[in-house]
Design a protein around this ligand. Structure first.
Ligand code: MG
Length: 264
């Protein structure tokens, strides 16, 4: 099933996308334990709605260095436990929105990542039960100010600028997360290409590991790490994260917030 969040006539809704590219409005799935409850509303055409980030997470937990091929590329040892950090909910943007390059950084990179979306509250979840707590998967881009990451001991500043967490275009449920092709295109050129098969810690291990540390709320996101081939963004770029069985998350790159966005 494909679950989206969208704006229609100035209101925000959740919906399920059917095979005719129609959207059926549903209850907020994160308020009903990840269930899909249809509301009595005529279907809308996908072309009539504006897709938004498919979740409003209370937090994003991201994983550093989680692809065997990326560790090899960097000549780094494979970690024995996941290396995790947080990105704030304020960094989230949706499909087709603009990534804004901040003036504090001279080097901002893209990182294509498979994202897990939590469906129900998860705490102390064993690996074999982890799938029960996952609503589905979406595409994400762990945008990173690489120079600030290298300069600061903590990664918070480098990972947390507004617009640094594009998510979307929607959540796909009922897929196996462990062998999905993941690609990144910069201005239509292929820059990253791997498979979630190369993950050092897989989705279920990550949900379990993180739930031993902190409660995961419905709607929370886990960014599972990026494969080899990360590189810099510049104003005017178009960056697309494409994941098999999910879709394409497309964003534009600029170096200034528009007047309207500042006004908001
Ligand atoms: Mg990353």
């Amino acid at each position: 099933m494909v679950i989206c969040r969208f704006a229609f006539r100035n209101k925000v809704h959740f919906g399920v996308l059917n095979h005719n590219n129609q959207v059926l409005i549903i209850e907020n799935p994160f308020k009903v334990n990840g269930e899909v409850v249809e509301l009595n509303h005529p279907p809308l055409d996908l072309s009539e709605v504006r897709l938004l980030a498919p979740t409003v997470p209370s937090k994003i937990v991201a994983v550093g260095l989680n692809y065997f091929d990326h560790a090899k590329e960097l000549n780094m040892e494979v970690p024995d436990e996941p290396i995790i950090f947080l990105k704030p909910p304020t960094s989230v943007i949706g499909p087709e929105e603009k990534i804004v390059l901040p003036s504090q950084s001279q080097r901002v990179d893209y990182e294509a990542e498979l994202a897990i979306v939590i469906g129900k509250e998860a705490r102390f979840v064993p690996i074999e039960k982890a799938r029960d707590y996952i609503l589905g998967y979406t595409c994400s881009n762990d945008v990173t100010a690489r120079d600030l990451q290298e300069k600061d001991i903590q990664w918070t500043r480098a990972k947390s600028f507004d617009t640094f967490a594009p998510l979307g275009p929607w959540i796909v449920t009922d897929i196996e997360p462990d062998n999905l092709k993941i690609e990144l295109f910069l201005n239509s050129e292929l820059r990253q290409s791997s498979s979630s098969h190369n993950l050092i810690f897989d989705s279920y291990q990550l949900v379990s590991f993180i739930s031993e540390i902190m409660k995961l709320n419905p709607g929370d996101v886990i960014m599972t790490g990026t494969p080899p081939g990360v590189g810099a963004l510049k104003p005017g770029d178009v960056v697309e994260v494409k994941i098999e069985k999910i879709g394409v998350l497309k964003n534009y790159v600029t170096n200034s917030f528009s007047v309207q966005e500042i006004g908001d």
